[in-house]
Design a protein around this ligand. Structure first.
Ligand SMILES: Cc1cc2nc3c(=O)[nH]c(=O)nc-3n(C[C@H](O)[C@H](O)[C@H](O)COP(=O)(O)OP(=O)(O)OC[C@H]3O[C@@H](n4cnc5c(N)ncnc54)[C@H](O)[C@@H]3O)c2cc1C
Length: 388
C-alpha cells in the first residue's frame, strides 16, 4: 500500500506553496481577519491568472486536467495556509453541479464566466427554520409563465455580499412529501427584492441573512427538474463534504511547535521538556495524520470513479471535531495567555489557539453538523435504517 500522493502531486504542492508565499500577502491576511470575509478579489484574480480556480477540471472545460491526488495536495496547501478560498470554493462547487446536471446553455453561459473569475456563486440552502433538515426549506418559488417568483429568507448565506448568484433550494410543491417538492435555481443576487444583512459568527467570520421579496428568476436558471431539487442537492452536499480536511489543525500544530521551542514556564524550565506539553502536541499530530489519511481516502474514491459520500462525511466529522479538541487543549495549556485574540500584540503565536477554538465550533456546524454526519455514516455506511 502506497500512502504517498506521488511525484506529480509533490511538484504541484511545491507550485502551490510558491504561489501562496507570493499571493497570500500580509495585507490579504490582515483584510481577511479585519473583515471576517474569506474571499479576496486580488487573491481571486491571482488564482485566475494561474488557471487555478478549477485545476482539476478537464481541459475542454477550462481546467488543467489535474488528477484527484494532485488536487488533494493543492487543497491541503491552501487549507494549511488559511487562504481566502470560500468564494472560489462555493463557485466551483456549484459550477461542478452545472457541469454534471446543467443544460448546455447553462454550461456555456456560467462555466466560462466562473473560470474567468467574473462571478461568485454562493450557497442558499439553510433557512431560519431549516438547517440540518435542509429538505424542510420553505422559501417559495411559484411559476409565472417563463419565470418563477421567489419569496422567503435564507440564513448563513456566506459571501452573499460579494456574490452574483445564489444556488438556492426552494419549495415548489408544498402538497407532497418534503423531499419531493423542492427545486433548485441560480438566483441573481444583484436585483431588486434581494436584501442582504450581515451576521457575525464567534470567530469574527462574516456570513449573512438574505431576504427574497418577489424576486423573479427565468426558468432558464432552474437547475434540474421541477420538484427534482433533492437529486441536485444530493450531488451538491457530497461535493461540499469531500476533499482535503484538517488544514486548520495542521496550521495550529505548526504554531504550537514554534511556541514550544522557545517557551519557558514560571520557574524558567523549557516547556519543550514538559511531558504534558509533549503529550498534547503528540496527540494532535496523530489526529492530524488521521484527518490527512481520510482526505486521501476520499481522493482515492474519487480517483477510482466513485463519489466519496460516507468517506467525505467521516473526514469532515473527524477533522472538525479534532480541531475542537486540539484548540481547547492548547487554550487550556496556554492558560490566560491562550485567550488573547488575534490582533492583540501580546497574543501567543498571533492568537492562533484562541482563533482556532472559535473557528472550530463553526467547522463542526457548516456543511452538516457532527450529529448529521454521524447519522449519514450509520445509515449509508452501516446500512442502518433512517432515524425518525
Ligand atoms: C459559519 C457558517 C457558515 C455557513 N455558511 C452557509 C452557507 O454559505 N450556505 C448555507 O446554506 N448554509 C450555511 N451554513 C449553515 C449550516 O449548514 C447550518 O448551520 C447547519 O446545517 C446546521 O443547521 P442549523 O444551524 O439550522 O442547526 P439545527 O439543524 O437547528 O441543529 C441544532 C442542533 O440539533 C442537532 N440536530 C439537528 N438535527 C438532528 C438529527 N437529525 N439528529 C441529531 N441531532 C440533530 C444539530 O446537530 C445541532 O446540534 C453556515 C453555518 C455556519 C456556522
Amino acid at each position: 500500500m502506497d500512502f504517498t500522493l506521488g511525484e506529480r502531486s509533490d511538484i504541484f504542492r511545491e507550485e502551490a506553496r510558491a504561489f501562496l508565499a507570493e499571493a497570500f500577502t500580509p495585507e490579504v491576511k490582515e483584510t481577511m481577519h479585519e473583515t471576517g470575509v474569506h474571499h479576496n478579489w486580488d487573491f481571486h484574480k491571482a488564482l485566475v491568472e494561474k488557471g487555478w480556480l478549477a485545476p482539476g477540471w478537464p481541459v475542454e472545460y477550462g481546467g488543467q486536467g489535474r488528477d484527484p491526488m494532485e488536487m488533494l495536495a493543492f487543497s491541503e496547501e491552501f487549507q494549511r495556509a488559511g487562504a481566502p478560498t470560500y468564494g472560489v470554493g462555493t463557485t466551483i462547487m456549484v459550477s461542478s453541479i452545472l457541469r454534471h446536471l446543467g443544460t448546455e446553455e447553462q454550461k456555456q453561459e456560467f462555466l466560462p464566466r466562473a473560470l474567468r473569475g467574473e462571478i461568485i456563486i454562493v450557497l442558499g440552502f439553510t433557512e431560519p427554520e431549516s438547517g440540518s433538515d435542509v429538505a424542510a426549506a420553505q422559501t417559495r418559488a411559484v411559476r409565472d409563465g417563463d419565470e418563477w417568483i421567489i419569496n422567503g429568507q435564507k440564513m448563513f448565506t456566506t459571501n452573499a455580499q460579494e456574490g452574483d448568484y445564489a444556488f438556492m433550494l426552494t419549495r415548489t410543491n408544498p402538497d407532497v412529501p418534503k423531499h419531493q417538492g423542492l427545486t433548485t435555481f441560480l438566483v441573481p443576487l444583484r436585483q431588486e427584492g434581494v436584501e442582504i444583512q450581515a451576521v457575525r459568527t464567534l470567530s469574527g467570520e462574516r456570513t449573512n441573512l438574505t431576504f427574497y421579496n418577489d424576486v423573479r428568476v427565468p426558468d432558464a436558471m432552474r437547475i434540474g427538474e421541477v420538484d427534482g431539487g433533492w437529486d441536485v442537492m444530493t450531488v451538491g452536499l457530497t461535493f461540499e463534504r469531500s476533499g482535503a480536511q484538517g488544514g486548520e489543525s495542521i496550521r495550529l500544530l505548526e504554531e504550537m511547535e514554534e511556541w514550544v521551542l522557545s517557551a519557558h514556564d514560571d520557574d524558567g524550565n523549557p516547556r519543550r521538556e514538559d511531558p504534558d506539553v509533549l503529550a498534547r502536541l503528540g496527540k494532535a499530530a496523530a489526529e492530524n495524520e488521521v484527518s490527512s489519511l481520510m482526505g486521501r481516502r476520499s481522493a482515492w474514491v474519487h480517483d477510482t470513479g466513485g463519489m466519496p459520500g460516507v468517506e467525505g462525511s467521516m473526514g469532515k466529522l473527524f477533522s472538525s471535531e479534532a480541531l475542537t479538541r486540539q484548540s481547547g487543549d492548547f487554550v487550556d495549556l496556554l492558560g490566560a495567555d491562550g485567550i488573547r485574540s488575534q490582533g492583540d500584540p501580546s497574543a501567543i503565536q498571533g492568537g492562533a489557539a484562541d482563533y482556532a477554538f472559535r473557528f472550530a465550533l463553526g467547522a463542526t456546524t457548516y456543511g452538516g453538523t457532527s450529529e448529521v454526519q454521524r447519522n449519514i455514516i450509520a445509515q449509508r455506511g452501516l446500512g442502518l435504517p433512517r432515524a425518525k
